[in-house]
Design a protein around this ligand. Sequence first.
Ligand SMILES: O=C(O)CCC(=O)C(=O)O
Length: 270
Amino acid sequence: MTTTTTERPVVLPEPTRDLAQGLRNIADYGLTIVPDVLTGDVLKASRDVLYRAAASDRARGREQKFSLDYGHDDSNQRVWNVLSRDPLFEDMAFHPIAIEYVRAVLGWPALLGNLSANVTGPGGGEMILHADQIFVPEPWSTEPQGINVAWCLDEFTEANGGTRFVPGSHKLNRAPLPEEAEVETAAIVAPAGSIAIFESRVWHKTGHNRTPDQTRAGVFAWYTKPIYRQQENWALSLRPEMRQFASDEALTLLGFKTEGLGLVNGKSPA
Ligand SMILES: O=C(O)CCC(=O)C(=O)O
């Protein structure tokens, strides 16, 4: 078990490749970790394309901040809409292990709300403690409305800003209050190539990167039940050729193959 070194240890679940155990971890802790999803050359190539996209945004002055992010912390960078940057990101968004969890936790159909990356840099500050479904008015229903699949393209550690969680906080079924911003958290410790899957009510934040020289890149795939508007407007932002080759499952996640909502002249657009 992973613990912090405080008097009252906060415990996170052990990594597992077993789906049933992973789903129990999500029910008990709000999160689970799956090791070795990306390995070898694919992991290296995925990391390279993300760092290239981040460097390109910086070079072109296209770095963007989000209101929940790090204020004006120049050490951390968010890279938006990576889905259109390289086919390797499609492989993450529509990866069978990720989708297995989406189906099990949210049901089907579900939507891909966003695919963006967070790179923490040396000295980078913490994010605000939050739950991902903050756009859902409270009181919340007793089921998560979304899940996040975080792709660790670097090793995530306590020191380099590994995502910090309040395990079990999803059971409170509400967002953290401002006075709860400093409650005890534990960082996930996961080798590069792992994924961390967390349901939308669990409280979490980017950790403080206390290293002098390490960056920590994570790609975050956000999925919701199909009644919520997607954070990214795929109809406008997606590379057009992607749609041509997308599977039915991917078209459903993008909102192009649909029933009841998002129709064009009463029919599914794809
Ligand atoms: O960067 C991280 O570790 C967490 C990111 C996050 O919580 C978010 O994007 O909502």
